[in-house]
Design a protein around this ligand. Structure first.
Ligand SMILES: *Cc1c(COP(=O)(O)O)cnc(C)c1O
Length: 440
């Protein structure tokens, strides 16, 4: 290990834990009150723009995906209270959770069964709209249902969309792009599960497999795409569009909490926990939620011990200049959706003043939490998703944060939201196999 990294290990206990592959909980010392946050890389009106774009596409989405009939073409998931899971955690993990525990079920988002159905699908739609507007075939004021017509399928068929993925991003980009008529190539890293590759191929998606990690798949995908002027590369390492697609979740969550009469204010703090890979999904969602609730919401990312790239990036301040490999960690984890060794180039910078902290978790516990949720609530989510409980199962550190923020007396009125990021599309045999994994 180089000298510079050793100085971070010596100075920051959470970095030392993480480098030693121990679970840890980093509290962000750079978080500041909302009015002191000065974010220039993205703007709140860009969320509005993204929201309006999704509304323009709603009639089209409703037309081509029957499962979106019910919501009129809006891709959204349920927010459900999970008191049984709260009891499970309080008993099995001595978490002492007061207040309300809820699950944001992006695990059950229509079309691709993961949080990527927000950002991934949004970016493909944005690209399709750009092309169609530019060609003169579409106007913003048209009913976008016309995009289902053969002439648009033929038009998009001249173009290629490419993406590097550990699985779920490829599923969203692949399914959506293929539906619009694009030629689509998904570059899958070694961590990607076989059933995801099979499913994509069955939808006419070209899947290229790599024996290497996520960064390598992205690099090759980008190279391929750059050589073809008709090809567009969805760049998970830098994409503003992905980020903005995710950020629309903020307003949607606000409406859901309001409908369930759940207050969020100075006396009713909200805690949100989101599994993190490269950072786009949890970063975008956090940015969106912070725009709504400001200092009343406390957002945490969660990562596997073996792929805690965002913790390294943010705690050292090196952001994307550091990877888990620099600390001698291989990045391999059963949490395939989070198997990323190097954080996004810009997410860490955007969330630096607003993120409360990052907790890490061992793979083995993901399966235990998965079984706990299944037995207590009859809800199945995939291992990556279960990382959403990583901060809650470290009550000492969480309580230290609560005390530091002066919230101890308010915790009975608090709401905790574990953001379940994937799971619905996992095939039955794979679910069954998961049920016996990680047992001592
Ligand atoms: C992709 C993914 C995440 C995290 O998203 P990033 O943008 O990579 O940080 C979390 N959970 C699941 C299931 C995912 O597929």
């Amino acid at each position: 290990m180089n000298k510079e990294l050793q100085t971070y290990i010596d100075a920051i206990p959470a970095v030392a834990d993480a480098a030693g592959r121990k679970e840890t909980f980093w509290i962000n010392p750079k978080m500041v009150p909302e009015k002191e946050q000065n974010i220039t890389l993205v703007q709140p009106d860009q969320i509005t723009d993204a929201k309006k774009r999704l509304e323009r596409f709603a009639p089209y989405l409703e037309e081509v995906f029957p499962e979106l009939k019910e919501t009129g073409g809006i891709i959204e998931s349920e927010l459900r209270e999970i008191p049984g899971m709260k009891d499970f955690l309080n008993t099995a993990y001595k978490t002492g959770i007061e207040g309300r525990l809820m699950l944001k079920m992006d695990s059950h988002l229509p079309i691709s069964g993961s949080v990527k159905a927000r950002g991934g699908i949004y970016e493909v739609l944005k690209h399709a709209e750009d092309l169609a507007l530019e060609s003169g075939m579409l106007k913003e004021t048209d009913n976008y249902r016309v995009l289902a017509e053969q002439r648009f399928l033929d038009f998009f068929g001249k173009y290629t969309v490419q993406v590097g993925s550990t699985g779920n991003l490829g599923m969203s980009i692949g399914i959506m792009s293929a539906k619009l008529g694009f030629h689509v190539i998904v570059h899958m890293s070694a961590d990607a599960k076989q059933w995801k590759k099979d499913l994509l191929r069955s939808r006419g998606v070209e899947v290229i497999e790599y024996a290497d990690d996520y960064c390598a798949a992205v690099e090759q995908g980008r190279k391929n795409s750059d050589q073809d002027p008709m090809s567009y590369f969805v760049d998970d390492e830098n994409s503003r569009n992905l980020f903005l697609g995710y950020s629309v979740a903020g307003e949607r969550l606000e409406a859901q909490l309001a409908r369930q009469n759940i207050p969020v204010d100075a006396d009713h703090p909200l805690f949100v926990y989101i599994p993190c890979g490269i950072g786009g999904a949890p970063g975008g969602v956090t940015y969106g939620i912070k725009q709504i609730y400001g200092d009343h919401v406390h957002c945490f990312f969660t990562e596997p011990v073996n792929a805690c790239c965002m913790l390294f990036g943010m705690a050292t301040g090196l952001q994307d200049k550091v990877s888990v490999k620099d600390f001698g960690i291989d990045g391999r984890t059963d949490a395939d959706g989070l198997a990323v060794g190097r954080p996004s180039a810009f997410v860490g910078r955007v969330v630096e003043p607003m993120l409360s902290g990052i907790a890490t978790i061992e793979d083995k516990k993901l399966y235990d939490l998965m079984r706990g949720l299944l037995s207590s609530e009859e809800i199945f989510i995939e291992p990556s998703s279960c990382a959403a409980f990583a901060a809650l199962i470290r009550p000492e550190e969480l309580t230290a944060y609560v005390e530091k923020m002066g919230l101890k007396e308010k915790m009975k009125q608090a709401t905790h939201i574990a953001w379940a990021t994937g799971g619905n599309m996992v095939p039955e045999e794979t679910r069954k196999a998961y049920l016996t994994m990680g047992l001592a």
